[in-house]
Design a protein around this ligand. Sequence first.
Ligand code: FES
Length: 101
Amino acid sequence: MPKVTFLPEGKSAEVHRGSSILDAAEQAGVELAHNCGGVAACTTCHVWIEAGLDSLSEIEDREDDKLNEAAGLAPNSRLGCQACVADEDVVVRIPGNRIAS
Ligand code: FES
């Protein structure tokens, strides 16, 4: 199972293929905001993918539209509720102002 590691804390979880980054955060005990409940209607789950970006699920139009509203948008930005892992390990950085644990 692929491992998803969250920075800066360094907590991680091994998750099933197809799990979202948000699912992985919950499994790892990492607080990742998800104000819309995970339906790509906000940007609170915005994360930067530091490793494994190419292995994640494709960005759908709805995610792409919302991402454009995210503070700190970068080429490695994804919405945690929409990006799903495949077989490779992934390293995720949560923007610092939203870390609650
Ligand atoms: Fe709202 Fe991911 S939780 S877009």
